[in-house]
Design a protein around this ligand. Structure first.
Ligand code: GDG
Length: 488
């Protein structure tokens, strides 16, 4: 009975994200159930949540359905409903067609619609209310990502006792771009309701602090922003200290390595190589089909290398997994058409009966199949034009316990701040990208091993458990400081 499980003001630790870590599924035969969707965030937070009487608040993935709270794998799940029109306006609209392109440096033009903004405010309020109801006195609430930027302030207004954190998984753009947003003040005001605002890169945190200074004139020193207290008298110098700094997210490195070490996964990797005709070099791209990922730039570079005979189709195959994404947003439909046209042309121009140039897969795959692909790939191509972090780069490295494999990595992905021993590229520079691909294909064994050793050390020492521990430590430390118990 749901009433037995769910008690108001009962949870000491709450994660709020657009999507729950479980999906509601209806089978064609009418049966229904909940299935875990194990992302890195769940893996990282599961132990924390279980230890701390935790609850997860989010949307269950189906519109126009209300669900009672329930327990799943030791975590309390509190579903928030969304109507079909809210899904269109708050999620597909404002989140994915306004904020996403704006925060990724307007690679695609953002759409600004006042109705979308209204829905964004309404839905953010619903999430904030759900958190306010569930949180115990002085609880820690950790809000995730750009879909919920207004939640920190909405939550603080009704529950000033809470310790509130926010983590932005995508970039935060330079002020010249951010300032296009018609609701630029409201969004920053919403975020400043948090005690700690986390970003992927130091540069993102810097962009945010600059936007705060430009729009509000608040004082910032280092990673601390002095936010005047709203109830303070005008001559009262009292401020709330908000920390805005980088916490680069990571992966469950050990989990990936363990999967890569499984004999059946290695056998599958060998089978993949075999089925591609055992080419000398397999190159791999793994992305959600998104215009931020630089899939077209990658294909253009590869196509020119084949055209100019710097690579031969008999020797090199590119496997591109483009998992379906946001298919109801027009820009994404267009992108899919363009990419599939490019794949068709490239294979038409360069493939032989025995060797395709690009093996293009518009599917999602189970985790173990992805790991087998990572093991099968001699060269991993991550050529994002803009990317908060890019976990694929870290997953590739974590899987290569054999110490082999070359990572080609865009400097516009957050991961490039840490993974300095990758072959770093500017994907807009097609000539440079071509040279980098050739360098990766021809890299001597010793050089590959030297680089991979350094990359692996970085990812293993900085896994997602460390990421969440760092964030939560800073957050609970910040709560103590606000309460005046200690000084920083
Ligand atoms: C956002 C930010 C940031 C992909 N296809 C399949 C599949 N995947 C998995 C990958 C990886 C994840 O999805 C994608 O993560 P990324 O980090 O590469 O990119 P976004 O989805 O854009 O994520 C990004 C991230 O948030 C975390 O903060 O790094 O910058 O944009 O784990 O392996 N997994 C499976 N089948 C697939 O077909 N199983």
């Amino acid at each position: 009975d749901a009433d037995d499980l769910y008690v108001d003001h009962a949870y000491d630790m709450i994660v709020v994200s657009n999507r729950l870590p479980v999906d509601y599924e209806e089978q064609p035969d009418g049966s229904t159930g909940w299935r875990s969707s194990p992302g890195g965030l769940v893996t990282a937070l599961e132990p924390v949540m279980k230890a701390a009487d935790g609850a997860w608040i989010g949307w269950a993935g189906v519109a126009d359905r209300e669900f009672d709270p329930f327990e799943h794998d030791g975590i309390s799940i509190i579903p928030v409903p969304l109507s079909a029109s809210e899904l269109e306006e708050y999620y597909e609209g404002f989140s994915n067609d306004t904020l996403w392109p704006l925060y990724h440096d307007v690679i695609a033009p953002p759409s600004f619609h006042r109705e979308w903004w209204d829905a964004y405010v309404r839905v953010n309020r619903r999430f904030a209310e759900a958190a306010a109801r569930a949180a115990s006195d002085g609880a820690v609430v950790w809000v995730q990502d750009y879909q919920l930027q207004l939640v920190p302030k909405m939550l603080r207004e009704v529950r000033p006792d809470l310790v509130i954190g926010f983590f932005n998984h995508i970039p935060f753009p330079a002020y010249g771009i951010y300032s296009q947003l018609p609701w630029r003040r409201q969004v920053i005001d919403g975020l400043l309701g948090a005690d700690v605002i986390g970003f992927q890169r130091v540069a993102d945190a810097g962009n945010f602090s600059r936007a705060v200074r430009r729009l509000f004139g608040y004082r910032t020193h280092g990673t601390v922003i002095d936010v005047p207290k709203e109830d303070a008298a005008s001559d009262d110098p009292e401020v709330r200290r908000v920390v805005a700094r980088a916490f680069p997210i990571s992966i469950d490195a050990e989990g990936f390595e363990q999967m890569a070490r499984r004999p059946e996964v290695q056998a599958r990797a060998a089978e993949i190589r075999e089925s591609l005709g055992n080419p000398e070099t397999i190159m791999l791209g793994v992305d959600r089909l998104d215009y931020t990922k630089g899939i077209r730039h990658r294909m253009k570079a590869f196509g020119e290398l084949l055209r100019d005979d710097r690579l031969k189709v008999e020797d090199v195959t590119l496997v591109q997994v483009a998992s379906p994404s946001r298919e109801r947003v027009e820009t994404y439909r267009q992108l899919r058409d363009e990419i599939e046209l490019t794949v068709g042309r490239l294979n038409g121009d360069h493939a032989t009966l025995g060797h395709q140039a690009i093996a293009y897969l518009h599917h999602g795959y189970p985790r173990d199949e992805m790991v087998a692909l990572y093991l099968a790939a001699d060269v991993m191509l991550v050529t994002a034009l803009r990317d908060g972090m890019n976990l694929v780069a870290k997953e590739y490295v974590a899987c290569r316990f054999d110490g082999d494999g070359v990572l080609v990595l865009s400097e516009f992905a957050g991961a490039s701040d840490e993974l300095r021993q990758a072959v770093l590229v500017n994907p807009h520079d097609i000539e440079g990208l071509k040279d980098a691909i050739v360098e990766a294909v021809r890299m001597p064994r010793r050089e590959r091993a030297r680089r991979m050793r350094a990359l692996r050390r970085r990812v293993i020492d900085n896994d997602v458990a460390k990421w969440s521990a760092d964030f939560l430590e800073t957050l609970t430390g910040a709560g103590i400081i606000q309460a005046g118990i200690t000084e920083p």
